[in-house]
Design a protein around this ligand. Structure first.
Ligand code: B1M
Length: 212
């Protein structure tokens, strides 16, 4: 018999938000850790969706249904990721770069950072360098976190870093980057301060960058 996490992954693949909600609640009542619900249930399901999309077995409507189902599950887990009530660790401005509307991974990273005690200002997707720079200034952010899922939008990352430099803000803000096509080598070339391959490591990276 499939475990609750396997069933949850399947419900994400099926794009069945109601079933995802039911299974997340069951998992929580069985005391499954929120991090396992995210990684072994929701993200695992989305991983299969990604493979099927790549292989031409799934098309955009199916992918969107799965993305919505995943959001339903994430919304239920979010309050349990640690209150981060004091938000005393610093402010992080996060966005998906201009030209890119993928936000599932970025939302996951934002959620985990909040759970890790940071105040997170989420600018959403398709964010121009100037907007990111303005938000860093407005919120006196210590970190700018950028996500990109498309190879075609990776160049927006170094552009945004250059815009921070031009605005005279680069010295007071750390920049972290991530997303499926991003690598440590790319982050180094782009002039970022750090790269994290997943949401949990993004929290560790933010802490490290701020010396916490
Ligand atoms: Co699109 N898409 N998509 N898509 N999509 C990919 C990314 C793709 C790899 C699929 C493929 O072809 N195999 C491909 C990109 C190819 C490339 O550039 N190399 C692709 C493409 C081509 C496109 C379109 C161009 C398709 C088209 O229209 N022809 C189009 C582009 C639209 C645009 O942005 N302008 C498009 C559209 C879409 C949808 C709208 C249908 C939907 C997005 C819905 C949404 O996000 N609200 C979608 C989806 C869902 C995907 C896949 C299937 C899944 C992405 C996802 O959410 N993964 C994806 C295939 C895949 O990844 N296998 C694909 C789950 C998520 C949890 O993982 O985002 O990687 P991820 O986040 C991870 C880490 O990367 C990391 O943490 C997370 C996990 O813990 N991370 C960070 C992310 N950001 C971070 C930031 C950090 C640190 C870590 O610090 C700041």
């Amino acid at each position: 018999m499939a475990s609750v996490l396997e069933e949850m992954a399947q419900a994400v693949i099926d794009g069945d938000g109601e079933r995802v909600a039911e299974l997340v609640k069951t998992a929580l009542s069985e005391k499954v850790a929120p991090s396992r619900i995210i990684n072994d249930g929701l993200v695992a399901g989305m991983g299969v969706v990604g493979e099927r999309f790549k292989n031409g077995e799934f098309f955009i409507p199916e992918v969107l249904m799965s993305a919505r189902a995943m959001h339903v599950g994430m919304a239920l887990v979010k309050p349990l990721l640690g209150s981060g009530e004091e938000k005393g660790r610093g402010t992080i401005v996060i966005c998906t770069v201009k030209g890119d509307v993928h936000d599932i991974g970025k939302n996951l990273v934002a959620m985990m950072l909040e759970g890790g005690g940071f105040r997170v200002v989420d600018l959403g997707t398709d964010v121009l360098p100037e907007r990111a720079v303005a938000a860093v200034r407005e919120h006196s952010a210590q970190v700018l976190a950028m996500s990109s899922l498309l190879t075609t939008t990776l160049a927006r990352m170094p552009e945004t870093i250059k815009a921070l430099e031009a605005a005279g803000l680069r010295g007071r803000v750390k920049v972290m980057v991530g997303g499926a096509p991003v690598t440590q080598a790319f982050a180094d070339r782009a002039g970022a301060d750090g790269y994290a391959p997943d949401a949990a490591l993004a929290v560790e990276l933010a802490r490290r960058l701020l010396g916490l």
